[in-house]
Design a protein around this ligand. Structure first.
Ligand SMILES: Cc1ncc(C[n+]2csc(CCOP(=O)(O)OP(=O)(O)O)c2C)c(N)n1
Ligand SMILES: [Mg+2]
Length: 552
């Protein structure tokens, strides 16, 4: 008879879970031992829990199904929390298996004893369970797996006491059938169609699953037929874009710019998206960004089928055969001269291979990424769904494992890269086709902008020092080589392009360190708060032109 761990692993593999991102400890040793008995489950060691959880997030975004993580008690789970938070906000399915002390050992409050369920609840509010018996374990795992699929997708946490894992009497559990989310019902679709027909500037705000090809095409048909705008949420989980796909305008990160985008909208139709709010509250500024004169409608909630709902709306409007506006193929020229963040984005647009996966955690250095890659060959874009940095490199690990035949480019700020730099080691060990581009601007640059924006009266050297990454300067080529990843550094656009070409040809991971000035440094940084404050008082056309200039 199998022990609990063996039955659990068979159950997971039967249900199509084929990867587990691990960072184990003593309480997980039976699970680890059982891995060799299940060839269908790939186990990928990560040297920090934030890498394991971020990899599981990236994997699920691309594979469309959950991976498992294996984490060590409350402390291990806690280390992985930030990227589980990003997965939760992105409605991404992730199954955490968190080892715990043997049930009879808990009473002694040993060193690693802690309240795991409380830690888990923050990121997996919909499913936290401590398995109580070996016989029930596989059923518990199946319940957790069902929970991850939602819809909407979510993080589920199964806590696995060591004795539940090691005792004999495990009973594998058959996989459940997959849920099929319903489309919006007829009256709801009709009401929205009527709102569109009534006129007034209308926009579809697309999020979640609506940003995949099928949803985008339906939305673009509606847009072309009814003359409405297409907007996308600020940080998409997975956006399919590039030549041949409908372009969508993302809501800007800066609330003042988002307000410009929304200023004249009278009907905002949510499709698997939330009504836009400011990232943070700022003194004297609005949190809720929908104008008072705008009515918000919901076509599809995250629990509904976004694409099918859009297709229904297109049909009712008579737009099912409308010609959608599609992005033409076009690439920027090869950049030259001294390297800047914008030139890195330009080089990426110039060289992006077919069918790439682009992970964007470039923060201020990625301001031009969207325009520069708009007409590049079609690709998937993964972004910072929950705003918790340290997501990009781990996401790239997961995406590369989910899609071994596709090139992965991860564009990462230097500050962000340092949170989960251990991801590079896993890339090397698993020989993943990831090109990590690190923007070394020696700064938490965006926080310098924020420091000006929050309206702090005096900004002294101690404050500045908290946002400054110089002294010592970070050397990412050394960091990368130290964990087995080939790396080069570039401060000229020509060198950067050559390095990127080489990285895209040679298999395995590569890191390119781009030495760049801050995109929003010097004068730009000082005038930005003034422009942002002035925007609401400017004529709409001027405000829109400025918006496009700052964040195209
Ligand atoms: C987990 C987490 N910790 C801290 C922050 C606050 N934070 C936001 S951006 C940022 C710095 C980003 O620096 P970098 O990646 O170098 O990008 P840059 O601003 O230089 O473009 C920090 C610390 C965060 N968002 N998430
Ligand atoms: Mg930086």
């Amino acid at each position: 008879m199998p022990d609990g761990a063996q039955a659990l692993i068979k159950t997971l593999a039967d249900a199509g879970v084929d990867v587990c991102f691990t960072n184990p400890g003593t309480s997980e040793m039976h699970f680890v031992a059982a891995l060799d008995g299940e060839p269908r489950l790939r186990a990928v060691l990560c040297l920090f829990e934030g890498v394991a959880t971020g990899a599981a997030d990236g994997y699920a975004r691309m594979a469309g199904k959950p991976a498992a993580t294996l984490l060590h008690l409350g402390c291990g789970l806690g280390n992985g929390l930030a990227n589980l938070h990003n997965a939760r906000k992105g409605k991404v399915p992730v199954l955490n298996i968190v080892g715990d002390h043997a049930t009879y050992h808990v009473q002694y409050d040993a060193q690693l004893q802690s309240d795991i369920e409380t830690v888990a609840r923050n990121v997996s509010p919909g499913f936290v369970r401590t398995s109580k018996s070996t016989m029930a374990l596989s059923r518990d795992a199946m319940d957790a797996l069902v929970a991850t699929r939602g819809p909407p997708g979510q993080v589920a946490t199964l806590i696995l006491p060591a004795d539940v894992s090691w005792n004999e009497g495990g009973v594998p559990c058959p996989p459940p059938s997959l849920p099929t989310p319903p489309a919006a019902d007829d009256p709801a679709v009709r009401a929205i169609a009527n709102a569109i027909l009534a006129g007034g500037k209308t926009a579809l705000l697309l999020g979640g699953a609506a940003l995949r090809e099928r949803g985008l095409m339906a939305a673009a048909r509606i847009a072309a037929h009814s003359g409405i705008a297409l907007l996308a949420e600020t940080f998409p989980t997975r956006l399919e874009r590039g030549a041949g796909l409908p372009p969508v305008e993302r809501i800007a990160y800066l609330a003042e710019l988002a307000s410009v985008q929304l200023a004249e909208v009278r009907n905002l139709i949510l499709v698997d998206a939330k009504a836009p709010v400011s990232f943070f509250g700022y003194p004297g500024k609005k949190s809720y960004l929908v104008p008072d004169t705008c009515t918000v409608h919901t076509l599809a909630t995250p629990a509904q089928d976004a694409a099918a709902s859009l297709e229904k709306l297109a049909a009712i409007l008579g737009a099912a055969n409308a010609q959608p506006v599609l992005q033409p193929a076009q690439r920027p020229a090869r950049p030259r001269g001294r390297l800047t963040a914008a030139k890195v984005c330009k080089a990426v647009g110039h060289l992006l291979p077919e069918n790439a996966i682009v992970v964007d955690e470039a923060i201020t250095s990625g301001l031009m990424l969207g325009v520069m890659t708009a007409g590049a060959p079609r690709h998937d874009l993964l972004t910072l769904t929950g705003g918790a940095i340290g997501q990009g490199l781990p996401n790239a690990v997961g995406a590369a494992i989910a899609c071994p035949d596709r090139p992965v480019l991860a564009l990462i700020g230097d500050g962000s890269a340092m949170y989960t730099i251990q991801a590079l080691w896993t890339m090397a060990r698993e020989r993943l086709n990831v090109t990590a581009i690190i923007f070394n601007n020696a700064s938490y640059s965006v926080l310098n902008v924020e420091l000006e924006r929050v309206g702090a009266d005096t900004i002294g050297p101690k404050a500045r020092a908290q946002l400054d990454l110089r002294a010592p300067t970070l050397d990412f080529t050394h960091l990368a080589r130290g964990v087995g990843v080939h790396a080069v550094r570039a401060s000229r656009a020509g060198d950067f392009c050559k390095a990127l070409e080489n990285a895209l040809i040679a298999p395995g991971p590569h890191l390119i360190e781009a030495l760049v000035p801050e995109s929003l440094g010097g004068v730009k940084r000082r005038i930005l708060p003034w422009i942002l404050r002035a925007l609401p008082r400017l004529p709409p056309a001027v405000a829109q032109a400025l918006k496009r200039k700052i964040a195209p």
